[in-house]
Design a protein around this ligand. Structure first.
Ligand code: CP
Length: 318
């Protein structure tokens, strides 16, 4: 049973599939303007150490649609007071925390200190909410995820790393195609390999990695916090730009995916990003529905008035 959403390593395959199905159901409800407010009267603190468009707006709109209220904090955690002091104060006032942090360790510390659920809104290591929305969009376009091949062209950092963890639970094949030195970190790759067998792979060769791909995914070459490495990264990744020639190496009906924001003309060309194979806006739309599913599963209160995390902690203490 998961009590926070920090990493897919904390979830079972059934729990991941449940979130995807629930996100589909919430999308249908929203399309039909059917009110669904299980978080009525609840307040969620949204802590953003880095800029955001999609994550911030979709969480805030999602909280409002679920009947809750969002409190926004733009701050660098651990500077004014310790992470644990922030977590233990918030715990007394609000019902959940959504946090985008530079350091993944800050997120895990916050989750350990708070009796309320903590949701990863992107760290330097992982971005699970993005992958739930991506998988929902991919399933909408391809019918099912089973036996699909996703080729991730670019950096093996947070977005790709969460795709590797996702592939540990869902029968989808994920291949990272990157320059040497930009692979997924060993601990995450090892977790994915143990659980997903041959379904996660790394190659430096575009032709090999894109062969038979049903989806081609890319992300910016220089993420937030890596600005000092910009010139070095642009040189290393230049051969890995997703353009029409690279898309043609995948299946004819392959979709193009990007978490956005995109640096047009660097990791992707305009004709691909805006072209008929692109499903980037469906991915962005689904951030709303996928995150609503996560918030309801973690924050909905049972008959005892407690969310799953507080109940689990109370029972551990007694
Ligand atoms: N994809 C994503 O997380 O977008 P934002 O940085 O705009 O939130």
């Amino acid at each position: 049973m998961y009590t926070d959403l920090i990493s897919f390593q904390d979830l079972t395959a059934e729990e991941v599939m449940d979130l995807l199905s629930f996100a589909d159901e919430l999308k249908r409800l929203q399309r039909h303007h059917r009110p669904f407010q299980p978080l009525l009267g609840q307040t969620i603190a949204m802590i953003f150490e880095k800029p955001s468009l999609r994550t911030r707006v979709t969480f805030e709109v999602g909280i409002m649609q679920l009947g809750g209220h969002a409190v926004m904090l733009e701050t660098r955690l651990g500077e004014r007071e310790s992470v644990s002091d922030v977590a233990r104060n918030l715990d007394r006032w609000v019902d959940g925390i959504v946090a985008r942090t530079f350091s993944h360790d800050v997120l895990t510390e916050m989750a350990a200190c708070a009796d309320i659920p903590v949701i990863n809104a992107l760290s330097d290591r992982l971005h699970p909410c993005q992958i739930l929305a991506d998988a929902q969009a991919l399933r909408e376009h391809k019918g099912e995820l089973s036996n699909l091949k996703l080729a991730f062209v670019g950096d093996g950092n947070n977005v790709c790393a969460s795709w590797f963890e996702f592939a540990a639970h869902v029968p989808i094949s994920v291949t990272l195609i990157c320059p040497p030195g930009y692979e997924v970190e060993p601990e995450i790759r090892s977790f994915a390999e143990q659980h997903a067998g041959g379904r996660v792979q790394v190659t430096h060769d575009l032709e090999e990695g894109l062969k038979d791909a049903d989806a081609v995914y890319t992300d910016v070459w220089t993420s937030m916090g890596q600005e000092k490495e910009k010139a070095k990264r642009e040189k290393a990744f230049a051969p890995y730009q997703v353009n029409a020639r690279v898309m043609a190496l995948a299946k004819k009906d392959a979709v193009f995916m990007h978490c956005l924001p995109a640096k047009r003309g660097l990791e992707v060309t305009d004709d691909v990003l805006d072209g008929p194979q692109s499903i980037v806006l469906d991915q962005a739309e689904n951030r709303l529905h996928a995150q609503k599913a996560v918030m309801v599963r973690l924050m909905e209160r049972g008959k005892d008035g407690m969310c799953v995390k507080r109940r689990a902690r109370m029972s551990n203490k007694s």
